[in-house]
Design a protein around this ligand. Sequence first.
Ligand code: H2U
Ligand code: ZN
Length: 335
Amino acid sequence: MTAGVHRRLNALTGEWVLVSPHRLARPWQGETDTAVSDENVAHDPRCSLCPGNDRAAGARNPPYATTFVFDNDYPALLPSAVTPSSDGLLVAEPETGVCRVLCYAPHHSLTLSRMAPAQVRDVVDMWAAQFTELSARPDIAAVTIFENRGAMMGASNPHPHGQVWATSSIPDELAKEDTRQRAYWDAHDRTLLMDYLDQELTLGERIVLENEHFVALVPYWALWPFETLVLPRRVASSLPDLTASERDALAALLPRLLAGYDALFGVSAPYSMGWHQRPARATDAQHFVLHAHICPPLVRPPNVRKFMVGFEMFAMPQRDLTPELAAERLRAALG
Ligand code: H2U
Ligand code: ZN
């Protein structure tokens, strides 16, 4: 059935993606084994995230040795609430929250893809600590941890860093996934993402990388050409739920996967990565499995990007390369 044009259901969101494999009849001309050339600067005196440097708004970073978290100097969310307003169809609600910048390492050019697992473990622990702290606050409903990597994805700085935005409401993307997972639990007494993972592990064709506790796969419903989903093998609804050995497994899998992207594209791969964890105030989260979405914008190495325009903006997402082929190419790049 999946040889011709078809649409696939995103089981996590309930949305559809159009798949047009025949448009890829043209041969693949990309290199898959180009050496990754990237600058290697340990400390950039002009970088606002390097240890010891002044930031744009005047604060100075400490001489940090592992990870470093600071409140975003230009936060999109503020602690103070405005008054709600409602005038017919013109509805506005207050949104409060916290935005922080998460520096992964002191080294200015060390991407996650090139970090040792022990360093990535520090990053995993930092992410988990942010979730623990922020999700415990009475004014926070959701904690979104993400990373924009590379100029193509709008990152303002090559220094390895991500962000956390904690909001007083549950953002739509998380709300959709939470609702779908809860509905599946209510209907089947089973966990949607664990059933999905079982099915994928049985089929194998979309699995990219796996270890004792984590699996990376190109989801059946992937929107971006080489999008992956990183999943634990058991129900854990937030990063703090992970045991030490699960955190180590994640810290081993993540840089390998990202290095696979670097090898596939022949450049330090641009991407956006986002963690979905249970809503902060969830008292029952047995239905929710934490996961990361990693979405590189590239369709072909080294720099041909997939544009989410016309039909995607006004109708639905569409892709040519099948998720199965994308997984095959990523596996090949991983060697
Ligand atoms: P991006 O690279 O994804 O844009 O994230 C960098 C964030 O760092 C961005 O939100 C913040 C920007 O506001 N920032 C500071 O808070 N202080 C600075 O001195 C530079 C950048
Ligand atoms: Zn730097």
